[in-house]
Design a protein around this ligand. Structure first.
Ligand code: KE4
Length: 427
């Protein structure tokens, strides 16, 4: 693969953008080398500035569940743009997408749109604190809920990649209200309630973790969290920025049959445009301004272009047959990669939930942050670059998840598995 133009573009970018990027994980710091600069994308493929084609398994970190430049979404944005791009007034479009989203997701009555997953999670925690009149929150080591101060306490995703679990700039005052538990370890959560009983406003978690690789909840874990929250009058917040509209039409709540009190969204809900959202039953959402006292606002929240993209995407997902197709394709990929790595005697473990999957070069099962961090990162880097040179674009960090798109054909999957066979021999 030639990366001449991407390298020149990266050098230029670094002069005017911190690290040459607008989001740290894109800089390839976790895997070394320079990032590719994408010129365009279509279906399951990325085309970089050097004319290389890649089969994409990141899909913009989740949104492109139906493939890049998906016609219904592109056309909706084109048509909408001609009517103006932002008014700062209510629009019928916002009611239309809100009504559809509420009909697709269990246990929510109202939804508030914002501009990112970070904003959704930050606002959800403020709402939980305002509703319960309590200050502390419980999060899990390795889970990432965006870059709001309360979450950058041993966060997953980019923050872990940079090895600075407690980001500078987060005050001690903020950090003291964030309590850390271990994913899939209910005793670690019980202990925090015992030590802080009536001070905990909520537990926030990724119901399927995607920021330490893909880590499913162990059997009964979500149900036990639900029970702890009920017993201690705390709210259960499902951060479904990754899992929402991806694991199922109704996300993880539908897949696992466990109801959260507040659910956050991002990625798929915006069809690739900047959209986040948080939702809950009326009794909680009616605490939000202007109805109630918990303040939250945004100039571009509910922006017509983003709403048009999101509405077109959700309409495509209403027919939830796509999820069965995605599940089959991801299982096919899992089996193929497993077979090739085993044949090459490469120590590894693969985690998969529906169309989220991650490969860990670890001897032990990956069930939490510590076991995710125990993987062999040198092997991961070689695997990543080997696959990149084969035209397969994987997440450039061992702490990320692959997100499949239904635009993938079985020929694309076979090409990926064949590439894995060649790369496995080099590990
Ligand atoms: P954004 O603010 O990046 O839209 O969403 C934050 C967020 C919240 N919750 C979960 C579960 C998330 O995965 C994310 C963001 N995900 C990362 C990928 N691990 C986005 C990629 C990036 O940071 O560039």
């Amino acid at each position: 693969m030639i990366y001449k133009r991407s390298s020149a573009l990266f050098a230029a970018a670094q002069k005017v953008l911190p690290g040459g990027v607008n989001s740290p994980v894109r800089a390839f710091n976790a895997v070394g080398g320079n990032p590719i600069f994408v010129e365009r994308a279509e279906g399951p493929y990325l085309y970089d500035e050097d004319g290389n084609r890649f089969i994409d398994y990141i899909n913009s970190w989740g949104p492109m569940i139906l493939g890049h430049a998906h016609a219904p979404v592109v056309n909706a944005v084109k048509e909408r743009a001609e009517k103006g791009t932002s008014f700062g007034t209510p629009t019928a479009l916002e009611t239309e997408i809100a009504t559809l989203a509420v009909s697709m997701v269990p246990n929510i009555d109202k939804i508030r749109f914002v501009n990112s997953g970070t904003e959704a999670c930050m606002s959800a925690v403020r709402l939980a604190r305002g509703y319960t009149q309590k200050d502390k929150i419980i999060k899990f080591a390795g889970c990432y809920h965006g870059h709001s101060d309360s979450f950058l306490i041993q966060a997953g995703s980019g923050a872990v990649t940079f090895g600075t679990p407690n980001s500078p700039g987060v005050t001690k005052g903020t950090a003291k209200d964030t309590l850390l538990a271990t994913y899939n370890d209910i005793d670690s959560v019980q202990k925090l309630f015992d030590e802080n009983d009536d001070e905990i406003a909520c537990i926030i978690l990724e119901p399927v973790a995607g920021n330490m690789g893909c880590i499913p909840p162990s059997a009964g874990f979500l149900e036990q969290l639900r029970e702890l929250c009920d017993n201690h009058k705390a709210l259960l917040v499902f951060d479904e920025v990754m899992t929402g509209f991806r694991l199922a039409k109704g996300g993880a709540q539908e897949l696992y049959g466990v109801n959260a009190d507040i659910v956050t969204f991002g990625k798929v809900i915006g069809g690739g445009l900047p959209v986040g959202a948080f939702a809950a039953r009326n009794e909680i959402m009616d605490h939000l301004a202007p109805e109630g006292p918990v303040y939250q606002a945004g100039t571009l929240s509910g922006n017509p272009l983003a709403m048009a993209a999101g509405l077109a995407m959700l309409k495509e997902l209403e027919n939830d047959e796509v999820y069965a197709s995605l599940k089959k394709k991801t299982a096919y990929l899992h089996e193929g990669i497993e077979e090739k790595l085993k044949a090459a005697k490469v120590t590894h473990t693969i985690n998969r939930v529906e169309s989220m999957i991650s490969v860990h070069f670890s001897e032990t099962p990956v069930t939490d942050f510590e076991s995710a961090a125990s993987g062999n990162n040198e092997t991961f880097k070689k695997f990543f670059h080997g696959m990149l040179n084969e035209g397969i674009y994987l997440a450039p960090s061992a702490f990320e998840t692959w997100f499949l798109t239904d635009a993938l054909s079985y020929e694309d999957l076979d090409e990926t598995i064949a590439a894995c066979e060649r790369v496995a021999k080099t590990l």
